[in-house]
Design a protein. Structure first.
Length: 363
Protein backbone atom coordinates (compact mmCIF):
# COMPACT_ATOMS: atom_id res chain seq x y z
CA UNK A 1 0.00 0.00 0.00
CA UNK A 2 1.33 3.42 -0.93
CA UNK A 3 2.08 5.87 1.88
CA UNK A 4 0.21 9.17 1.75
CA UNK A 5 2.90 11.69 2.67
CA UNK A 6 0.26 14.10 3.99
CA UNK A 7 -0.17 11.67 6.90
CA UNK A 8 3.41 12.36 8.07
CA UNK A 9 4.59 15.38 10.04
CA UNK A 10 8.26 16.39 9.84
CA UNK A 11 9.43 13.83 12.41
CA UNK A 12 7.48 10.98 10.84
CA UNK A 13 8.54 11.95 7.32
CA UNK A 14 12.20 12.01 8.37
CA UNK A 15 11.83 8.54 9.89
CA UNK A 16 10.09 7.27 6.74
CA UNK A 17 12.88 8.52 4.47
CA UNK A 18 15.60 7.24 6.82
CA UNK A 19 14.11 3.76 6.53
CA UNK A 20 14.47 4.18 2.77
CA UNK A 21 18.17 4.96 3.22
CA UNK A 22 17.78 8.69 2.55
CA UNK A 23 19.35 11.64 4.37
CA UNK A 24 17.20 13.63 6.84
CA UNK A 25 17.44 16.84 4.78
CA UNK A 26 15.28 15.18 2.12
CA UNK A 27 12.31 15.55 4.48
CA UNK A 28 12.71 19.33 4.49
CA UNK A 29 12.85 19.36 0.71
CA UNK A 30 9.69 17.31 0.46
CA UNK A 31 7.84 19.44 3.00
CA UNK A 32 8.68 22.58 1.04
CA UNK A 33 7.48 21.05 -2.20
CA UNK A 34 4.27 19.64 -0.74
CA UNK A 35 3.17 22.64 1.32
CA UNK A 36 5.04 25.77 0.25
CA UNK A 37 4.88 24.95 -3.46
CA UNK A 38 1.66 22.95 -3.21
CA UNK A 39 3.09 20.23 -5.45
CA UNK A 40 1.72 16.68 -5.57
CA UNK A 41 3.68 15.37 -8.56
CA UNK A 42 7.04 13.90 -7.55
CA UNK A 43 8.42 14.35 -11.08
CA UNK A 44 8.07 18.13 -10.71
CA UNK A 45 10.26 18.25 -7.57
CA UNK A 46 13.34 19.18 -9.54
CA UNK A 47 15.90 19.62 -6.73
CA UNK A 48 15.28 16.09 -5.44
CA UNK A 49 17.47 13.35 -6.87
CA UNK A 50 15.86 11.52 -9.79
CA UNK A 51 16.39 8.15 -8.10
CA UNK A 52 14.45 9.26 -5.01
CA UNK A 53 11.68 10.76 -7.11
CA UNK A 54 11.32 7.46 -8.92
CA UNK A 55 11.31 5.56 -5.64
CA UNK A 56 8.66 7.83 -4.17
CA UNK A 57 6.46 7.52 -7.24
CA UNK A 58 6.30 3.77 -6.60
CA UNK A 59 5.77 3.71 -2.84
CA UNK A 60 4.16 7.05 -1.91
CA UNK A 61 1.34 9.39 -2.88
CA UNK A 62 0.22 12.92 -2.06
CA UNK A 63 -3.57 12.76 -1.94
CA UNK A 64 -6.27 14.97 -0.43
CA UNK A 65 -10.00 14.29 -0.07
CA UNK A 66 -12.09 14.88 -3.19
CA UNK A 67 -14.47 17.84 -3.25
CA UNK A 68 -18.09 16.80 -3.59
CA UNK A 69 -19.63 20.25 -3.46
CA UNK A 70 -18.63 23.92 -3.19
CA UNK A 71 -20.95 26.71 -2.11
CA UNK A 72 -20.35 30.47 -2.11
CA UNK A 73 -22.20 32.77 0.28
CA UNK A 74 -23.33 36.27 -0.56
CA UNK A 75 -20.78 37.54 1.98
CA UNK A 76 -17.86 35.73 0.30
CA UNK A 77 -17.75 32.79 2.68
CA UNK A 78 -17.04 29.48 0.94
CA UNK A 79 -18.02 26.02 2.12
CA UNK A 80 -16.66 22.76 0.76
CA UNK A 81 -18.02 19.27 1.26
CA UNK A 82 -15.11 16.81 1.13
CA UNK A 83 -15.38 13.08 0.54
CA UNK A 84 -13.54 11.03 3.16
CA UNK A 85 -14.77 7.65 1.93
CA UNK A 86 -17.23 4.92 2.99
CA UNK A 87 -20.18 7.26 2.65
CA UNK A 88 -18.71 9.96 4.88
CA UNK A 89 -18.09 13.60 4.16
CA UNK A 90 -16.85 16.57 6.17
CA UNK A 91 -17.08 20.30 5.69
CA UNK A 92 -14.51 23.09 5.66
CA UNK A 93 -15.33 26.81 5.57
CA UNK A 94 -13.25 29.75 4.34
CA UNK A 95 -14.05 33.18 5.83
CA UNK A 96 -12.44 36.14 4.02
CA UNK A 97 -11.80 39.36 5.93
CA UNK A 98 -9.95 42.53 5.04
CA UNK A 99 -6.82 41.71 7.05
CA UNK A 100 -6.84 37.91 7.00
CA UNK A 101 -8.31 34.76 5.53
CA UNK A 102 -9.50 32.13 8.00
CA UNK A 103 -10.11 28.47 7.27
CA UNK A 104 -12.35 26.51 9.63
CA UNK A 105 -11.50 22.82 9.36
CA UNK A 106 -12.97 19.57 10.66
CA UNK A 107 -11.27 16.88 12.75
CA UNK A 108 -13.90 14.12 12.77
CA UNK A 109 -16.67 12.77 10.57
CA UNK A 110 -19.57 13.80 12.76
CA UNK A 111 -19.20 14.45 16.47
CA UNK A 112 -19.67 12.29 19.55
CA UNK A 113 -20.48 15.05 22.01
CA UNK A 114 -24.08 15.78 21.00
CA UNK A 115 -24.23 19.37 22.24
CA UNK A 116 -27.93 20.17 22.22
CA UNK A 117 -27.68 23.35 20.10
CA UNK A 118 -25.34 22.01 17.39
CA UNK A 119 -26.58 20.41 14.18
CA UNK A 120 -23.26 18.63 13.64
CA UNK A 121 -23.68 16.81 16.95
CA UNK A 122 -27.17 15.71 15.96
CA UNK A 123 -25.82 13.60 13.12
CA UNK A 124 -23.79 11.41 15.48
CA UNK A 125 -20.21 10.22 15.17
CA UNK A 126 -18.58 7.93 12.65
CA UNK A 127 -14.79 8.17 12.85
CA UNK A 128 -11.69 10.29 13.38
CA UNK A 129 -10.08 11.92 10.37
CA UNK A 130 -6.54 10.97 9.42
CA UNK A 131 -3.73 13.53 9.42
CA UNK A 132 -3.98 13.68 5.62
CA UNK A 133 -7.71 14.34 5.82
CA UNK A 134 -7.19 17.18 8.31
CA UNK A 135 -4.20 18.91 6.71
CA UNK A 136 -5.64 18.07 3.29
CA UNK A 137 -8.46 20.55 3.91
CA UNK A 138 -5.89 23.34 4.22
CA UNK A 139 -3.82 22.01 1.28
CA UNK A 140 -6.86 21.88 -1.00
CA UNK A 141 -8.31 25.23 0.10
CA UNK A 142 -5.00 26.96 -0.57
CA UNK A 143 -4.99 25.50 -4.08
CA UNK A 144 -8.56 26.55 -4.68
CA UNK A 145 -8.04 30.10 -3.41
CA UNK A 146 -4.53 30.71 -4.70
CA UNK A 147 -2.15 33.38 -3.45
CA UNK A 148 -2.62 37.02 -2.49
CA UNK A 149 -0.87 40.06 -3.92
CA UNK A 150 2.16 39.45 -1.67
CA UNK A 151 2.60 35.95 -3.07
CA UNK A 152 1.40 34.23 0.11
CA UNK A 153 -1.34 31.64 0.29
CA UNK A 154 -4.74 33.24 0.88
CA UNK A 155 -5.22 31.48 4.21
CA UNK A 156 -3.44 33.21 7.10
CA UNK A 157 -5.39 31.73 10.03
CA UNK A 158 -6.70 28.26 10.81
CA UNK A 159 -9.36 27.43 13.38
CA UNK A 160 -10.18 23.85 14.28
CA UNK A 161 -13.83 24.66 14.84
CA UNK A 162 -15.40 22.53 12.14
CA UNK A 163 -17.02 19.15 12.56
CA UNK A 164 -15.88 17.08 15.53
CA UNK A 165 -14.00 17.53 18.81
CA UNK A 166 -10.31 17.93 17.88
CA UNK A 167 -9.02 16.73 21.25
CA UNK A 168 -10.83 13.40 20.89
CA UNK A 169 -8.69 12.84 17.80
CA UNK A 170 -5.60 13.92 19.65
CA UNK A 171 -2.63 12.33 17.83
CA UNK A 172 -3.83 13.17 14.34
CA UNK A 173 -4.81 16.69 15.37
CA UNK A 174 -1.39 17.38 16.88
CA UNK A 175 0.44 16.00 13.82
CA UNK A 176 -1.67 18.27 11.59
CA UNK A 177 -0.97 21.25 13.88
CA UNK A 178 2.75 20.61 13.67
CA UNK A 179 2.55 20.68 9.88
CA UNK A 180 0.70 24.00 10.01
CA UNK A 181 3.38 25.47 12.28
CA UNK A 182 6.50 23.95 10.67
CA UNK A 183 8.63 26.56 8.89
CA UNK A 184 9.27 24.08 6.07
CA UNK A 185 5.51 23.64 5.61
CA UNK A 186 3.01 26.48 6.16
CA UNK A 187 4.94 28.29 8.90
CA UNK A 188 1.83 29.68 10.58
CA UNK A 189 2.19 31.46 13.91
CA UNK A 190 0.92 29.65 17.00
CA UNK A 191 -1.21 32.72 17.62
CA UNK A 192 -2.89 32.23 14.24
CA UNK A 193 -3.84 28.59 14.79
CA UNK A 194 -6.71 27.93 17.19
CA UNK A 195 -8.02 24.68 18.59
CA UNK A 196 -11.58 24.76 19.86
CA UNK A 197 -12.60 22.24 22.50
CA UNK A 198 -15.71 21.49 24.51
CA UNK A 199 -13.45 20.82 27.48
CA UNK A 200 -11.56 17.50 27.28
CA UNK A 201 -9.42 18.26 30.32
CA UNK A 202 -6.68 15.58 30.05
CA UNK A 203 -6.12 16.43 26.39
CA UNK A 204 -5.94 20.15 27.17
CA UNK A 205 -3.07 19.39 29.53
CA UNK A 206 -1.35 17.25 26.89
CA UNK A 207 -1.75 19.93 24.23
CA UNK A 208 -0.17 22.49 26.58
CA UNK A 209 2.96 20.33 26.68
CA UNK A 210 2.99 18.91 23.15
CA UNK A 211 1.90 21.73 20.86
CA UNK A 212 0.46 24.83 22.54
CA UNK A 213 -1.56 26.96 20.15
CA UNK A 214 -4.35 29.46 20.75
CA UNK A 215 -7.21 27.84 22.65
CA UNK A 216 -10.95 28.42 22.43
CA UNK A 217 -13.32 26.71 24.85
CA UNK A 218 -16.98 26.12 24.06
CA UNK A 219 -18.55 27.24 27.33
CA UNK A 220 -22.18 28.27 26.67
CA UNK A 221 -23.35 28.25 30.30
CA UNK A 222 -22.39 29.93 33.60
CA UNK A 223 -23.08 26.91 35.83
CA UNK A 224 -22.84 23.14 35.81
CA UNK A 225 -26.58 22.47 35.88
CA UNK A 226 -27.19 24.28 32.60
CA UNK A 227 -23.94 23.21 30.97
CA UNK A 228 -24.69 19.56 31.77
CA UNK A 229 -27.78 19.99 29.58
CA UNK A 230 -26.24 22.02 26.78
CA UNK A 231 -22.77 20.42 26.66
CA UNK A 232 -23.09 16.88 28.09
CA UNK A 233 -19.31 16.32 28.34
CA UNK A 234 -19.54 18.70 31.30
CA UNK A 235 -20.85 15.74 33.30
CA UNK A 236 -17.38 14.20 33.00
CA UNK A 237 -15.31 17.39 33.21
CA UNK A 238 -17.33 19.99 35.17
CA UNK A 239 -16.58 23.69 35.23
CA UNK A 240 -14.22 23.64 38.19
CA UNK A 241 -11.96 21.10 36.45
CA UNK A 242 -12.30 22.83 33.09
CA UNK A 243 -11.32 26.27 34.39
CA UNK A 244 -8.38 24.81 36.32
CA UNK A 245 -7.18 23.28 33.05
CA UNK A 246 -7.59 26.67 31.36
CA UNK A 247 -5.38 28.33 33.96
CA UNK A 248 -2.76 25.60 33.51
CA UNK A 249 -2.89 25.99 29.74
CA UNK A 250 -2.08 29.68 30.01
CA UNK A 251 1.31 28.80 31.50
CA UNK A 252 2.51 27.88 27.98
CA UNK A 253 -0.10 29.37 25.67
CA UNK A 254 0.96 31.73 22.85
CA UNK A 255 -1.76 34.13 23.98
CA UNK A 256 -2.25 35.46 27.51
CA UNK A 257 -5.96 34.67 27.56
CA UNK A 258 -8.41 31.90 26.81
CA UNK A 259 -11.21 32.61 24.35
CA UNK A 260 -14.58 31.37 25.55
CA UNK A 261 -17.28 30.77 22.98
CA UNK A 262 -20.82 31.35 24.16
CA UNK A 263 -23.77 30.65 21.88
CA UNK A 264 -26.70 32.96 22.67
CA UNK A 265 -29.94 31.02 23.16
CA UNK A 266 -33.15 32.96 23.71
CA UNK A 267 -34.46 32.50 27.23
CA UNK A 268 -31.93 29.76 28.02
CA UNK A 269 -28.54 31.31 28.79
CA UNK A 270 -28.86 34.98 27.87
CA UNK A 271 -30.21 36.74 30.96
CA UNK A 272 -28.47 39.59 32.78
CA UNK A 273 -28.41 37.43 35.91
CA UNK A 274 -26.56 34.71 34.02
CA UNK A 275 -24.10 37.29 32.71
CA UNK A 276 -23.30 38.34 36.29
CA UNK A 277 -22.91 34.67 37.21
CA UNK A 278 -20.45 34.32 34.35
CA UNK A 279 -18.42 37.30 35.56
CA UNK A 280 -18.10 35.70 38.98
CA UNK A 281 -17.12 32.37 37.42
CA UNK A 282 -14.32 34.00 35.42
CA UNK A 283 -12.88 36.08 38.26
CA UNK A 284 -9.46 34.40 38.12
CA UNK A 285 -9.26 33.27 34.47
CA UNK A 286 -7.70 35.73 31.98
CA UNK A 287 -10.16 35.55 29.11
CA UNK A 288 -12.15 37.12 26.35
CA UNK A 289 -15.66 36.14 25.28
CA UNK A 290 -17.02 35.57 21.84
CA UNK A 291 -20.81 35.75 21.90
CA UNK A 292 -22.30 33.73 19.05
CA UNK A 293 -25.86 34.41 17.90
CA UNK A 294 -27.47 30.99 17.59
CA UNK A 295 -27.75 29.67 14.04
CA UNK A 296 -30.98 27.67 13.73
CA UNK A 297 -31.32 24.31 11.99
CA UNK A 298 -34.31 22.01 11.37
CA UNK A 299 -35.99 20.47 14.43
CA UNK A 300 -34.05 22.55 16.93
CA UNK A 301 -36.01 23.72 20.00
CA UNK A 302 -33.85 26.83 20.37
CA UNK A 303 -34.17 30.36 19.07
CA UNK A 304 -31.56 33.05 18.57
CA UNK A 305 -31.35 35.58 21.40
CA UNK A 306 -32.79 38.98 20.65
CA UNK A 307 -30.30 41.69 19.74
CA UNK A 308 -31.17 43.73 22.83
CA UNK A 309 -30.64 40.69 25.08
CA UNK A 310 -27.22 40.08 23.52
CA UNK A 311 -26.35 43.74 23.99
CA UNK A 312 -27.32 43.69 27.69
CA UNK A 313 -25.40 40.45 28.25
CA UNK A 314 -22.32 41.88 26.54
CA UNK A 315 -22.53 45.10 28.55
CA UNK A 316 -22.38 43.20 31.86
CA UNK A 317 -19.20 41.43 30.76
CA UNK A 318 -17.63 44.61 29.41
CA UNK A 319 -18.41 46.49 32.63
CA UNK A 320 -16.42 43.77 34.42
CA UNK A 321 -13.45 44.48 32.10
CA UNK A 322 -13.90 41.24 30.16
CA UNK A 323 -13.17 41.83 26.48
CA UNK A 324 -16.29 40.68 24.67
CA UNK A 325 -17.16 40.54 21.00
CA UNK A 326 -20.31 39.46 19.22
CA UNK A 327 -19.48 37.22 16.31
CA UNK A 328 -20.72 38.48 12.99
CA UNK A 329 -22.85 35.79 11.39
CA UNK A 330 -21.11 34.60 8.21
CA UNK A 331 -22.22 32.05 5.65
CA UNK A 332 -25.57 31.24 7.19
CA UNK A 333 -27.24 31.32 3.75
CA UNK A 334 -25.18 28.24 2.84
CA UNK A 335 -25.38 26.62 6.32
CA UNK A 336 -21.71 27.42 6.93
CA UNK A 337 -22.19 29.34 10.16
CA UNK A 338 -21.14 28.19 13.61
CA UNK A 339 -23.01 25.04 14.67
CA UNK A 340 -24.50 24.40 11.24
CA UNK A 341 -21.92 22.05 9.74
CA UNK A 342 -23.48 18.65 9.23
CA UNK A 343 -21.86 16.55 6.51
CA UNK A 344 -22.85 12.98 5.80
CA UNK A 345 -22.04 10.01 8.03
CA UNK A 346 -23.27 6.43 8.23
CA UNK A 347 -23.23 5.56 11.93
CA UNK A 348 -25.30 8.01 13.95
CA UNK A 349 -25.39 6.06 17.19
CA UNK A 350 -22.14 6.55 19.10
CA UNK A 351 -22.49 9.81 20.93
CA UNK A 352 -21.81 11.25 24.34
CA UNK A 353 -22.61 8.10 26.30
CA UNK A 354 -19.62 6.36 24.75
CA UNK A 355 -17.38 9.33 25.53
CA UNK A 356 -18.55 9.59 29.12
CA UNK A 357 -17.73 5.91 29.73
CA UNK A 358 -14.11 6.29 28.61
CA UNK A 359 -11.25 7.75 30.60
CA UNK A 360 -8.69 7.74 27.78
CA UNK A 361 -8.23 10.78 25.58
CA UNK A 362 -7.71 9.00 22.28
CA UNK A 363 -10.42 6.96 20.61
Amino acid sequence: MQQNLLDLDAHALTAYLTEMGEKPFRAKQLLRWIYQAGESDFSAMTDIAAALREKLSRCAIITVPDILKEELSDDGTRKWLLNVGTGNAVEAVYIPEESRGTLCISSQAGCALDCSFCSTGKQGFNRNLSVAEIIGQLWWANHRLGRNNEGNWAISNVVMMGMGEPLLNYSNTVSALRLMLDDQSYGLSRRRVTVSTSGIVPAMDRLREDCPVALAVSLHAPNDALRDRLVPINQKYPLKELLSACRRYLERAPRDFITFEYVMLDGVNDSVQQAHELVKLMSDVPCKFNLIPFNPFPQTPYKRSRLDAIARFKDVLMQADIITTTRKTRGDDIAAACGQLAGQVLDKTRRTSAVLQKDEVER
